[in-house]
Ligand binder design. Structure first.
Ligand code: GTR
Length: 348
């Protein structure tokens, strides 16, 4: 599945070293650096990777979680946030986390799709009716199942954070119906699911790390991308892509994961502290997220971006049905879809 992903180098560790892949080289170098900073006799510091800046709601939630962890452990456990992508793009840092080079990582669902198929399910287009439905499902049994599905891959799923609804934006024209997307070169996360989604809508998917999107929009390498209000705003993408069309095609959550290797070195009571602190950071994050979304939308609209509703969202829903058939392959995946759908009944 992952073979269809186009990887784009960022120039890191580009020197030849026989026998090691590029990612292994990055990982071994970074691991050495991180572990060196970690061996304080006084306690344990978890290094956390985050691509957003330190004032973004996910980063602030991690900082809050660190405060909680320190309090609950009487200072024996702490967290250090590496915000702004200091440790690399999500897909690379995720791989490092799986083999213990990074302790914790805040990522979106997309980069997890090639690691564990169960993570495709909450990322299916239009599976959630709204944010409240997503929160209910991820706080409940479906969410717990997705978190647990990561364990065989070296990751402990700690909690879900919000990411709002993702919509398309571009430099060309408003998207009102799927036909408006025909031939548009659209950046997607490194996820086959997102590649399929764009293909079904008639666009030309271009997987690329988030950090390259602004420049690629400016240079015309891509025509557009898709994201929530805060990321569209924070990445300054709105300066280059002046049409934001409210397709709201995906309401996938973000995840905070921990390296299983690191997790297994903790005592049961330390594990409990980590889980409790992660859980308690979620409502804190959601409050910040709601405020940030409103602020970002306001700032974007004030900047002169043309924001439009789509003519008929059902037309988009219908067009992406093949994505569902392609990614719901097992009875367990179908069961998860059904459980999520059932929880949506109360969310009109
Ligand atoms: C954002 C998300 C990031 C990243 C980004 C992307 O909404 O918070 O973790 O995945 O989207 O599109 O790459």
């Amino acid at each position: 599945m992952g073979d269809r992903i186009i990887r784009r180098g960022r120039g890191l560790a580009s020197f030849p070293q026989p026998g090691l892949s590029r990612r292994q080289m990055i990982a071994s170098g970074l691991s050495a650096m991180l572990l060196a900073g970690c061996s304080k006799a006084s306690g344990t510091t978890f290094r956390v990777a985050e691509i957003h800046p330190s004032n973004y709601p996910t980063s602030m939630a991690i900082t809050e979680m660190g405060r909680l962890i320190e309090g609950y452990s009487d200072g024996k456990l702490s967290m250090k946030l590496y915000a702004g992508g200091q440790l690399g793009e999500e897909r690379d840092t995720l791989e490092m986390t799986t083999f213990g080079g990074i302790d914790m990582n805040r990522v979106s669902l997309g980069p997890l799709n090639s690691i564990e198929p169960m993570t495709n399910i909450p990322g299916l287009p239009f599976i959630f009716k709204n944010v409240a439905h997503m929160r209910d499902a991820m706080d409940g049994a479906p969410g717990r199942q997705v978190l647990r599905s990561l364990e065989p891959h070296g990751l402990i799923g700690l909690c879900f954070y919000d990411s709002g609804a993702r919509s398309f934006y571009n430099t060309k024209r408003p998207i009102r119906k799927p036909e408006d997307m025909k031939g548009m070169k659209l950046r997607v996360q490194n996820s086959d699911l997102f590649v399929s989604l764009i293909q079904e809508l008639g666009g030309n998917p271009t997987p690329m790390p988030l950090g390259e999107v602004y420049q690629s929009l400016v240079q015309g390498v891509i025509d557009g991308a898709e994201n929530n209000w805060p990321s569209y705003f924070e990445g300054r993408h709105f300066e280059a892509a002046k049409y934001y069309s409210l397709t709201q095609h995906v309401i996938a959550p973000e995840l905070l994961v921990m390296s299983r290797q690191r997790w297994e070195k903790l005592s049961a009571s330390e594990q409990e502290i980590v889980r409790k602190s992660a859980d308690e950071s979620v409502p804190y994050m959601r409050k910040l997220w709601d405020l940030k979304t409103l602020d970002a939308e306001k700032a974007v609209r004030a900047s002169g971006v043309e924001v439009n509703e789509v003519d008929d969202q059902q037309a988009f829903v219908d067009r992406v049905q093949p994505v569902w058939s392609e990614y719901i392959k097992t009875p367990a995946e179908q069961k998860l879809v059904d459980e999520i759908a059932e929880m949506g009944v109360d969310h009109a």
